[in-house]
Design a protein around this ligand. Structure first.
Ligand code: JFZ
Length: 442
């Protein structure tokens, strides 16, 4: 029984994945970097000697902090050690293919000299644009840039959480024009940026703007063909977000995987998606004190492999310090991930769901358009035997270590489409990769 679709003016514009070259490039990234940087980096989660319990980039909403005092941080924004080439080098060394940078977070402070507000870098002691030099430096390293943009803007007096009165509506109409101006400004100023990562779109005020947001999306796509926009930008006319009232994804990829990862391929409904992840539990902006569990490189690598094995990209967040440098913990992790990527990157880039039955030792990743499937191994069983069940009509022609191509395996066939790979080395210190070259049978 087919479910009846309702007719929508502002629902999904397309069913299924995009199949153009820009989106194929996005899909092949595998690993990305997120950067949260702004005025919140200055207090770093600490105000008058007290430590804020929430995420450092939200400190402006803490009862201990007056909005005026927070907004005055603009007079202290002076990252004299900011060197975009060195950030890009760290990212390139780590193996990331794209970076998502906060051009404006919820506090409304702009890292580019926007013409439409004074609350920007241009009016800070630093004076200079951050976004332009950053885009240039990353692009020079071959890394694509996505611009993060928060619709919610705590600084702009026209921002509303809901629209209840005529005055709200007048103010919010001004705010909508402001938003449109800023977005068109960003797309015009930074023409190599590949997409927009939207946030702060959950309040009623914005959820009610289905028609406006839809036409703005169309306008942005017309200005920049190929532009990639996630599912967190707009709601349909019934206020449904991410998925419209018929259950169809709005935008080019699903943006709901925030600090969580799907368990199985059915969870992603055939859509593109990215997972954005913090190193501590929930800190995006720089927080002087990290408390709770801090993820290790091996944990992050496992998350990366899991995401790619389920057709997603994994994006690791960095919260730079107010002086423009990266904290030591983040540099160390970037280096460790990069060391692993140097050997194993071909298992990650251009990777997709392989269609092999999931096994407890780790993840299968298919290299798109080739006959290679990678086994990314995190948990070696005490038996030293790795079970592999291939999809129907798929046979293994060759198996070898990615880190040591002459180390080959002869899979033991134990039943139809089922094999054991007998490991030579049973106590590896690092996750490792076995390459399977496969063929088809009739
Ligand atoms: C948002 C921001 O509020 C946060 O500061 C950070 O920028 C993060 C990347 O995005 O936080 C969210 C957004 C969405 C969800 C959870 C937190 N969500 O969909 O579950």
């Amino acid at each position: 029984t087919a479910k009846k679709e309702i007719s929508l003016q502002h629902g999904a514009h397309r069913l299924g994945r995009r199949n153009d070259a820009d989106m194929a490039r996005w899909r092949a990234y595998g690993l990305g970097q997120f950067i949260h940087w702004g005025l919140y980096s200055i207090p770093g989660g600490e105000w008058n000697g007290k430590i804020y319990n929430g995420a450092a980039e939200w400190i402006r909403t803490w009862k201990e902090v007056s909005p005026q005092a927070y907004d005055s941080l603009i007079y202290r924004f002076n990252p004299i050690k900011f060197n975009p080439d060195s950030w890009a080098a760290v990212a390139g060394r780590m193996g990331v293919k794209y970076v998502t940078i906060t051009t404006k977070h919820h506090d409304g402070f702009c890292l580019w000299p926007s013409k439409y507000t004074n609350f920007t870098v241009a009016h800070s002691p630093y004076k200079k644009d951050i976004i332009g030099p950053l885009v240039k430096a990353y692009n020079k390293q071959g890394i694509d840039v996505i611009l993060y943009f928060s619709i919610m803007d705590w600084h702009n007096p026209d921002w509303r959480y809901d629209i209840k009165t005529r005055d709200d509506s007048i103010a919010f109409n001004r705010f909508k024009q402001f938003t449109r101006n800023q977005l068109l400004e960003l797309l015009t100023r930074y023409p190599t940026a590949k997409g927009l990562w939207f946030d702060g779109t959950w309040d009623n005020s914005w959820v009610k703007q289905a028609a406006f947001a839809d036409s703005l999306e169309t306008e942005m796509r017309k200005l920049r063909p190929g532009l990639i926009i996630g599912s967190r930008f707009r709601a349909d006319e019934y206020g449904k977000r991410h998925f419209d009232s018929n259950g169809n994804l709005m935008g080019d990829y699903e943006q709901g995987w925030e600090r969580k990862i799907p368990e199985k391929i059915e969870d992603v409904h055939g859509n593109d998606w990215d997972c954005v992840m913090t190193i501590p539990e929930n800190q995006w902006g720089y927080a002087k004190t990290w408390s709770g569990h801090i993820k290790t490189a091996d944990e992050l690598l496992e998350m990366l492999a899991k995401c790619v094995s389920l057709d997603g990209n994994f994006v690791l967040n960095f919260g730079p310090k107010p002086d423009g440098t990266l904290r030591t913990e983040e540099q160390t992790l970037a280096k460790a991930i990069g060391d692993w990527m140097t050997v194993n990157k071909e298992a990650i880039y251009n990777g997709e769901y392989a269609g092999f039955a999931k096994q407890d030792w780790g993840y299968f990743i298919k290299n798109t358009g080739t006959n290679k499937t990678y086994m990314v191994i995190f948990n070696v069983p005490v038996s030293g035997l790795l079970r592999v069940t291939t999809p129907l009509h798929t046979v293994i022609n060759k198996a070898y270590d990615l880190g040591n191509l002459t180390q080959t395996y002869t899979p033991e066939e134990i039943g139809t489409s089922t094999y054991f790979i007998h490991l030579h080395q049973q106590t590896p210190k690092k996750p490792f990769v076995i390459v399977l070259e496969t063929g088809e049978t009739g």
